[in-house]
Design a protein. Structure first.
Lengths: 192, 395
């Protein structure tokens, strides 16, 4: 085998290995055609729903989302304790069950223009051989309290291991790190 | 007149002697050492550690208040020994003639393959101000020298080492306590993910640390995290930490039954009583303790600091680590037990800076400001008329 052929074979092999080792991400997104995000100054983050077997997943993801939202410094965020108090007083158990009137009432009591809430669909570690990799899927939506209309929603999945983790067992990320990356990607689409 | 002047030198000598012997009431630098609170479950731990701590304080120049303090604690119906409410504290100090009170909580006193001793201690004055506090966790693995020499085989053997490390920063009478800054983050790993509100840090402020919600399997996790956070925040010149006993008393006075799920209005009422508007609360998601056995401790927690005056979160952080994350050169430096790991993680949290908003966020804010300025301008020049609410028709 000539030197050139050897080099080409090596590059091809590396491409096959890294191609098969890539982390997968999937994202879907919706933005209302009349959405005016510039009109939104103050928002609240409602409790996230949990479709996973990990008990603390929804609370954890909600707190990560809240922190990332605060760090953007784009919206004024209603204090979580106030949100909890008002939801409890109104007997609101799930944001999915809220209608237009409930959103309007929420908006008036919290003095917010819109609310974020979401669903944690996947939050688990899967084993592939000796490697443990996180799989996280989070759906988030932004609802205008005046109309109860969803003006933005997104769903993002992050699963699998990166190249260095697959090949060398290095640099794996935890579920929390994966969730944080998902949330950042989702908020980035909001700002586009 | 001549007689008075002859007596003057004698008077000066007598006065100096009185000062030197501390005979002038209220100026004797003495401390009363309360029995240590014991979360470790080992009955001998308070005796082993309390005695050594008292001795170490005496070696640093403090006079120990004599007499048994247990009857006083019973008389005052003291339930919690970590810190005392103002009334019992002042009365005990007065009864014992002490100027400060030394309390402690023993978290771990474990034998086994890798014995561990972990405790926190605090020195408070009559007003409840923290004069000094420190948390320490020492294991046999941490203490052994080269080739495993001088390795302590049990927790009693480690007690001297732990107390020496604990009292290293203990102040001498009249001295300010040295800063009890905690360990720093591992060299090659990322830091804490945190948010800090701009303009939030303006001068020293009083802060209350609420008990954390515990979603881990370790029942002691709340106490360990809570007490360690208080020590590290108390070492921060920006914060004056409210004595936990004072916080408990305020909650009782304001008829707040539990800190669990406490609402903002309840926090505001407590804030009025304790004179603090900052409250730290959080959740422990995972806490794995391996004291006395092989394994890697783990911790995963989040916290936030709320300013009840403005209703804003001024600090939020989330962090997770394993003990082995701190391994450095020659495979040394790992945190070998839950308390040591908690101290490192809490120290990293306490020193965390906030995240910087990404460029996209700054651009969004700028675009929104420009958009709102344009809308306002058009409204004032009557191009659009008054702004309609969504769904409202033009009149």
């Amino acid at each position: 085998m000539t030197r050139r052929n050897f080099l080409l074979c090596t590059i091809a092999l590396l491409l096959v290995l890294t191609g098969g080792a890539c982390r997968s991400t999937r994202q879907t997104q919706y933005l209302h055609k009349n959405a005016d995000l510039g009109a939104i100054q103050r928002v609240a983050v409602l409790p996230f729903e949990n479709l996973t077997t990990e008990r603390s997943a929804s609370e954890k993801v909600q707190k990560i989302f809240q922190m990332e939202l605060l760090a953007l410094d784009v919206f004024d965020v209603a204090e979580p304790g106030q949100v909890t108090k008002i939801l409890r007083a109104a007997g609101m158990t799930s944001p999915e069950a809220l209608g237009e009137k409930e959103f309007q009432k929420l908006g008036q009591e919290l003095k917010v223009d819109a609310v974020f809430y979401g669903t944690v669909v996947d939050f688990a570690e899967t084993r592939t051989g000796s490697t443990s990799t996180p799989e996280v899927t989070i759906q988030v939506r932004l609802v205008e309290t005046q109309t109860g209309a969803t003006i933005w929603s997104t769903s993002h999945t992050r699963a699998g291991a990166g190249v260095s983790t697959r090949l060398f067992g290095l640099g794996g990320e935890s579920l929390t790190q994966a969730a944080r990356r998902v949330v950042r990607k989702e908020l980035a689409t909001l700002l586009e | 007149m001549k007689t008075s002047f002859r007596l003057l030198p004698a008077f000066i000598v007598a006065l100096s002697l009185a000062i030197a012997t501390g005979a002038i009431a209220g100026e004797t630098p003495s401390i009363v050492v309360l029995p240590f609170e014991n979360v470790s479950g080992v009955a001998a731990a308070p005796r082993e550690l309390g005695t050594r701590v008292a001795q170490a304080a005496a070696e640093r120049g403090w006079t120990l208040a004599t007499g048994d303090v247990e009857p006083l604690l019973e008389q005052e119906r003291v339930r919690y020994l970590d810190t005392l409410e103002e009334g019992p504290r002042r009365r005990i100090l007065e009864s014992t003639g002490a100027t400060a009170m030394l309390t402690g909580t023993i978290f771990t006193f474990a034998d086994g393959r890798n014995p561990v001793v972990a405790l926190v201690a605090r020195l408070v004055d009559a007003d409840g101000a923290f004069l000094w506090s420190q948390v320490i966790a020492v294991s046999a693995d941490d203490d052994e020298s080269l080739f495993g020499l001088r390795r302590k085989s049990d927790a009693v053997g480690l007690a001297d080492v732990a107390v020496r490390a604990l009292m290293r920063t203990f102040p001498r009478p009249g001295e300010d306590a040295r800063s009890t800054r905690g360990p720093s983050k591992p060299l090659l790993l990322g830091g804490v993910h945190a948010y800090r509100a701009e303009g939030a840090a303006t001068g020293r402020r009083r802060v209350c640390v609420l008990p954390f919600e515990n979603q881990s399997q370790a029942g002691d996790a709340t106490r360990i995290v809570h007490d360690t956070l208080i020590v590290r925040l108390a070492g921060d010149p920006m914060f004056e930490v409210v004595d936990p006993a004072e916080l408990r008393a305020a909650a009782r006075e304001r008829r707040v039954g539990s800190f669990r799920g406490i609402t903002t209005p309840d926090l505001k009422r407590i804030a009025e009583t304790v004179g603090a508007t900052l409250f730290v609360q959080g959740t422990i998601y995972r806490f794995v303790e391996v004291a006395g056995r092989a394994g890697d401790p783990e911790i995963d927690l989040e916290l936030s600091m709320l300013d009840v005056d403005s209703g804003r979160i001024v600090w939020a952080a989330q962090h997770e680590r394993r003990g082995s994350d701190y391994i450095g050169l020659l495979l040394l430096g790992a945190a070998t037990n839950g308390v040591a790991l908690t101290d490192r993680v809490v120290s990293e949290l306490a020193e965390s800076k906030g995240m910087t908003a990404p460029q996209a966020a700054r651009a969004f804010v700028a675009a929104r400001a420009a958009r709102n300025a344009t809308v306002k301008e058009k409204e004032t020049t009557s191009e659009l008329g008054p702004r309609r609410k969504p769904g409202e028709s033009k009149k």
